[in-house]
Design a binder for this molecule. Structure first.
Ligand code: NAD
Length: 348
């Protein structure tokens, strides 16, 4: 079996998440090149992970004939442009979330993939979080009876990325950046909601905490699905103490509570601190819950393995992880923003 040859576009935060996935499925793939306009960062990344080609310009990466797939780990506003270029160069594409900054861009990406007869994969890691996979097994066995209501959220204290502050770079605030996970999970599970009602903070001076951020720092949406199920999707940048990803299912015969980030089997107390507890935690001093294999638990490892095994057979990813799923998620997020802006329910 030929290994899939990967070109990693970006050498920062999300590229570090993905490389761990590639390192754990070396029988399927090999990262042969990395590119970041910050060449020093790209060189350091290549050295640490033994990647043969390093570039500072994406066009050089696209020109490398041996690459099968470009994995876009760049700020949101570059996903569409880079995907279109990659398809023109005859490559498959993996795009980090959100698929793009707007429905219009996402539609262009899906169309470009179809035109080039190449795969477009949408990297929604929650779909491979082991706890959520297990929760779905329990639900499918009837453990909670008929599901009625789902609550899902991602929140932390603010993005590490300078690009997250500007609407033109990311397309919104907490909802498009963090809420994209709960919304992506819900859409994969239940399909596109039929109706949405939402509220957000106003961005800038209208934010709770992050006045230097153009997008909102708090957002919540009520969703109704075709089967009558309801949900709340929540996202915010006002949560201190580490990333907080909680998913709850309520059914006629029971309920499930899933904590993706703060449910480590380790409870630590340290007077002096240590290297790392959990994503976005401000401190490791005092009582903490140090993550055990955070990248596996959040789904990055399973997601990359899935993409690589699908590429081996040149087939689409599973539902929720295809380009068209990323597009559908953006339609819901645009409806959420519209509902918050106009103060009314939006039907889809
Ligand atoms: N799935 C997740 O949980 C998750 C987590 C974090 C980020 N992300 C997504 O990953 C993407 C990247 O986020 P990040 O946090 O890694 O961003 P980042 O700001 O940490 O890094 C972005 C990198 O892109 C490089 N870059 C910018 N413009 C470039 C260009 N034209 N050519 C080459 N390199 C360029 C920068 O130099 C920087 O190193 C975003 O879409 C984000 O939403 C997903």
């Amino acid at each position: 079996m030929e290994k899939v040859k990967v070109g990693l576009l970006g050498a920062a935060f999300s590229a570090e998440l993905h490389i761990d996935g590639y390192l754990r499925c070396q029988e399927l793939s090999r990262v042969v090149a990395v590119c970041d306009r910050n060449l020093e960062l790209a060189r350091d990344f290549a050295r640490r992970y033994n990647i043969p080609y390093v570039f500072g310009d994406a066009d050089e990466l696209f020109a490398l004939g041996e690459i099968d797939v470009i994995d876009i780990c760049l700020p949101n506003f570059l996903h569409c442009e880079m995907a279109e270029k990659a398809f023109s160069a005859g490559k498959h594409v993996i795009s980090e979330k959100p698929l793009a900054t707007s429905v219009e861009e996402a539609e262009r990406m899906v169309a470009a993939a179809q035109k080039a007869h190449k795969q477009l994969y949408y990297a929604e890691d929650w779909l491979f979080a082991p706890a959520l996979l297990r929760a779905q097994e329990l639900i499918n066995q009837g453990a909670i009876g008929k599901p009625l209501f789902i609550k899902a959220k991602e929140s932390h204290s603010g993005s590490h990325s300078p690009f997250a502050k500007k609407l033109r770079f990311c397309g919104g605030g907490a909802m498009i950046h963090l809420g994209v996970h709960p919304v992506g999970f819900l859409v994969a599970l239940k399909g596109t909601p039929t109706a949405v009602v939402a509220m957000t903070t106003g961005g800038g001076a209208g934010n709770f905490v992050h006045q230097d951020m153009e997008g909102e720092d708090w957002a919540a949406a009520l969703l109704r699905f075709a089967d009558g199920t309801t949900a709340i999707a929540e996202a915010n940048y006002i949560t201190l103490g580490g990333m907080n990803d909680i998913i709850e299912f309520y059914g006629t015969e029971g309920r499930l509570h899933i904590d993706l980030t703060m449910s480590s089997p380790i409870t630590a107390y340290s007077r002096v601190g240590f290297d790392y507890a959990v994503e976005k935690a401000e401190t490791t001093i005092g009582w903490t819950k140090p993550a055990v294999d955070e990248r596996l638990m959040l789904g990055y490892i399973g997601e990359i393995r899935h993409f690589m095994s699908c590429l081996q057979q040149d087939k689409p990813a599973m539902k929720g992880l295809r380009g068209e799923d990323g597009l559908e998620v953006l339609k819901v997020i645009e409806a959420i923003y519209r509902s918050a802006r106009e103060g009314r329910q939006i039907t889809l």
